[in-house]
Design a protein around this ligand. Structure first.
Ligand code: NI
Length: 341
């Protein structure tokens, strides 16, 4: 007990001395000064629980990237004890990384170092070296983001990837885990062609109709499938049918990506009608929902891209469309339109 108190006192005094020294040499926010200062998640995130949730998910993703995990271990990541409170301070901030110090866990991992390059716009600029400063991107008004759900499909997805590459259009593919395990090489191809993969559940249920445990399992199984196929854990979730409530939306520590243009490709199953509908409903800043499991949709994509380009549109990724990183437990519909639950 005495030893503990002494140690505590020593640490406290050490921190105070370091902080005073840091203050005395400069009132500028050099990151090395912050490494010793008594920082909390609240301070470095401007008291944002969405940013803290994003840091929790980045911790899981980094742990999975740094260590070769089994499918079961990936599924259990959601239960890894991580900070929930803004007053928590189980981290060290250096010039290169935010290192999270974990409590004892089944992975046998003590520290996870998230490179600062992944934290731009998540940790406040004043705690970051200048080269990682978040600056709102000056993108044109006429931007759209394309999203493709329900794949991967063994023939249609590769065909679509070639079309997107031909027109130099990046897209996000929301994949179902039960298809990823059948066609893992297609998921790898999606990333290789410069696109992103999101989580669209295991077998496409209405998540709001499931218990929280089962809903978590739908996402965790799919994370494991995508990790096994690609070595990465998807950063976004799109609930099937866009069906989500606050209970489901707050389960995953991930941004929920919705849309504001539904191609209705699944209802038309007709290329000209799909093209016409997308062109009639797209506006600047739209997130467009399509499905890479319908041949009629894949056939519509070249016409949609050419027509939108002719109208002055640029095709961008989701963070570029939103002009900021997407944060956990917020839902995104299009530029300027994101909401909590
Ligand atoms: Ni779907």
């Amino acid at each position: 007990m005495i030893i503990m108190i002494k140690k505590h006192l020593f640490v406290t005094l050490g921190i105070t001395a370091a902080s005073l020294f840091a203050l005395s040499i400069s009132n500028h926010s050099a990151p090395q000064a912050h490494a010793a200062a008594n920082l909390t998640y609240g301070k470095i995130t401007n008291n944002s629980l969405h940013r803290l949730g994003t840091i929790r998910q980045l911790t899981r993703a980094q742990l999975a990237a740094d260590h070769k995990l089994t499918g079961k271990q990936v599924q259990q990541l959601v239960y890894l004890p991580l900070p929930k409170r803004l007053t928590a301070h189980n981290f060290t901030l250096s010039k290169k990384a935010l290192t999270i110090h974990l409590v004892k866990n089944s992975y046998g991992v003590k520290n996870v170092a998230i490179p600062l390059s992944k934290l731009t716009g998540i940790i406040l600029n004043r705690y970051m070296p200048a080269k990682y400063d978040f600056v709102k991107p000056k993108t044109p008004n006429k931007v759209v983001s394309m999203t493709f759900d329900d794949g991967p499909d063994p023939t249609l997805t590769p065909k679509l990837l070639k079309i997107l590459k031909h027109y130099n259009v990046p897209a996000t593919f929301f994949e179902v885990g039960s298809s990823v395990i059948r066609y893992p090489s297609i998921s790898r191809m999606v990333l290789k062609y410069g696109n992103q993969i999101g989580n669209h559940s295991w077998n496409h249920p209405d998540l709001t109709s499931l218990s929280s445990t089962r809903a978590l399992h739908q996402i965790a199984l799919t994370d494991a499938a995508i990790y096994k196929a690609t070595g990465t854990i998807p950063a976004y979730v799109r609930p099937p049918y866009g069906s989500v409530n606050s209970r489901i939306g707050n389960l995953y520590d991930r941004p929920i990506v919705r849309w504001n243009v539904d191609s209705r490709d699944w209802a038309y199953l007709n290329t000209p009608k799909t093209v016409q509908h997308v062109l009639a409903t797209t506006h600047p800043g739209s997130i467009i929902l399509m499905h890479d499991i319908h041949p009629t949709l894949v056939a519509a994509v070249p016409q949609i891209i050419r027509s939108l380009k002719k109208r002055g549109y640029t095709f961008v990724t989701l963070p570029t469309l939103m002009q900021k990183p997407l944060l956990a437990n917020l839902q995104y519909f299009g530029r300027g339109d994101f909401r909590g639950f």
